[in-house]
Ligand binder design. Sequence first.
Ligand SMILES: C[S@@+](CC[C@H](N)C(=O)[O-])C[C@H]1O[C@@H](n2cnc3c(N)ncnc32)[C@H](O)[C@@H]1O
Length: 279
Amino acid sequence: MLSYRHAFHAGNVADVLKHVVLVALLDHLAAKDKPFLYLETHAGAGRYDLGSPAARQNREHAGGIGRIWGRSDLPAAVARYLALVREHNGPGRLRYYPGSPWFAQRLLRPQDRLVVYELHPAEVAPLAALLAGDRRAEVLAEDGFAGVIARLPPLERRGLVLIDPAYEVKDDYVQVIETLAQAHRRFATGVYVIWYPVVDRHRIEAMERAVRRSGIRRVHQVELDIGPGPSRMTACGLLLVNPPWTLPPLLAAALPWLADVLGHEGRGGFVTRELVGEG
Ligand SMILES: C[S@@+](CC[C@H](N)C(=O)[O-])C[C@H]1O[C@@H](n2cnc3c(N)ncnc32)[C@H](O)[C@@H]1O
């Protein structure tokens, strides 16, 4: 039933974009003393061995984190992200790639909580082991789309929700927006992040129309275009609801750099735009 395994893709271009932005958002939320909740619909294993047979099959990480690892000319948001990946690895070469739950666990304070959903039994076991003993954390082996709705609004009244499915089921393109709309009705002030791959552009255009129809305001869109290459995915993007004011300047510096470094044969590009405004 579930055939997607993130180990084949860990540390690729998509992970880099998603995690650079995730770290910036978590840093922003953690800058205020008040507690917040980190909620994730599709958490994965939390950590990946880049030397495993799965990761070595297509070496997707080589085109993502592998291109950044040795660089020193980094924009601020990428430098912050890379410092955390380095910390996860310890001294020496790049061997492990941290998943989104690791970044969240690392950046949460004692007063914060994380609740993460993951359905695949082979991913749940390492994820639960990673977060074991952390009293702030809950791992649920349940459907994340339904799960997050039940958790909103958070007691803390502050929160970040990451919706990051694999899109192996085409219905995911529809369900991400339906989940966002339901979640937003319960918790309109939350920060939401939806990750998406650009394989068929018409599916993304349909998502954009659904967001506009939903009535949700303050939606920002970011895309990193890597051009035609070995993967069917030529770009990936994020829909961000209620992005903090600290994010646009970080993106303005990071995106051109990422497009330049990660694009195939110098053909990278990016988009950063307001999809739905405030009014
Ligand atoms: C793209 S990966 C997650 C990567 C992770 N968010 C990260 O950035 O490190 C998607 C994960 O969703 C899991 N999954 C698929 N359907 C799910 C569902 N309905 N609810 C929860 N998890 C699901 C898959 O097993 C897979 O591990």
